[in-house]
Design a protein around this ligand. Sequence first.
Ligand code: ATP
Ligand code: MG
Length: 413
Amino acid sequence: MKQSLLFIPTLREMPKEAEAISHKILLKGGYIKQNAAGVYTYLPLGYRVIKKIENIIREELDNIGCSELLMPALQLKDLWVESGRWDNYGKELMRLKDRHDRDFCLGPTHEEVITSIVRDTVTSYKKLPIALYQIQTKFRDEFRPRFGLMRGREFIMKDLYTFSTTQEDLDEWYLKVRGAYQNILNRLELNYRIVRADSGNIGGKSSEEFMILCDIGEDTIVYSDSSDFASNTELYDLKDGDPSPDGIGTIKTAKGIEAGHIFKLGAKYSEPMKAMFIDKDGKQKPIIMGCYGIGISRLLMAVLEQHYKGDKAVWPKEIRPFDVHILPLDKEGTPNYQVALDLCDKLKKKGYDVLFDDRSESPGVKFKDADLIGIKNRVIVGRKASDGIIEFEDLENNNNEEITIEKLLEMEF
Ligand code: ATP
Ligand code: MG
């Protein structure tokens, strides 16, 4: 990809609104742009990373038998009255009227819509279980939008809903999804804990949160240093150094960002909304549901918050916007520029995503922008290119060496 064709509006000055380092890096690097409090544009570079995160999620969910659909963001009030949430959801719900004075909301979550779809189409145990998910924009009028994408008023979420005939089947789905979430967060190279949690506005009996450990997190979690025990502090009164309640290890506390939340809903929506099925025994029963969310735009920042180096974005391998960034220092038309172009072609043939700085800018400007963008593997094609030597920089490991083009082409990125 030619850099001149990719819209990367990097900033030299730091916007005042940014508090978190990941937020600063995303704004300065031309990854995102704020449009209003808690409302952002994902610029081409940021959107490339978002799409890579989405695809990891798709792969892992498709792998356990879920199917993707896309529901409307615009939702009728009537459904929310049926579930009882029109009055309970509070001010976070973005409400609006159409020209005929009918009430709608912009979906903060989709239990009502998905339950209405399934109740209209599934009547027998023979059609169950099913697991349906979407990747979609959600709206919540948060009291205090914060830290850029961490707490937005418009944000991208993956929401999955499972429909089972029995509690046992729900338990199985819950574990499968839990495993898929672990795979997703592992592929994103995140340090996280799974904690038991309060079910909040969505409800249901039991739920767990996937907490990314990081200092700007809004939640405090307690966890054992030697076992899987971890919990939200809302549920336990524990402090650093206490023995872990499961008898294994000592308690530590940490700040966490909630990246995902999984719930066993049971019949919380199917009962009031009458999503019923006829079971093998001929009896009519409510469908047993589970729901599972991951904040995708929140992850864009949370991943960076754990991965930045100095003031540079260094993304986990699977979601780098590009694998290699090539900076030719000589002008277009020179032999050295041609060497850079040939190298770019060869890397592309090997299957790598390459960003090629074809702009007629000074080396100083190219370096500055490359630092702001922060692609891990950087190749500088300078004076020695005619001798087959380039400079290779690894931002993650802070390495900088002169190597031959042959050697570079043998490397794995
Ligand atoms: P929080 O406690 O942070 O408000 P929540 O419990 O309201 O989160 P859920 O309703 O479970 O969140 O939504 C599923 C996921 O969507 C969350 O785990 C989080 O990653 C993401 N999410 C929720 N609210 C926001 C928001 N305002 N901005 C960005 N992502 C969000
Ligand atoms: Mg919330």
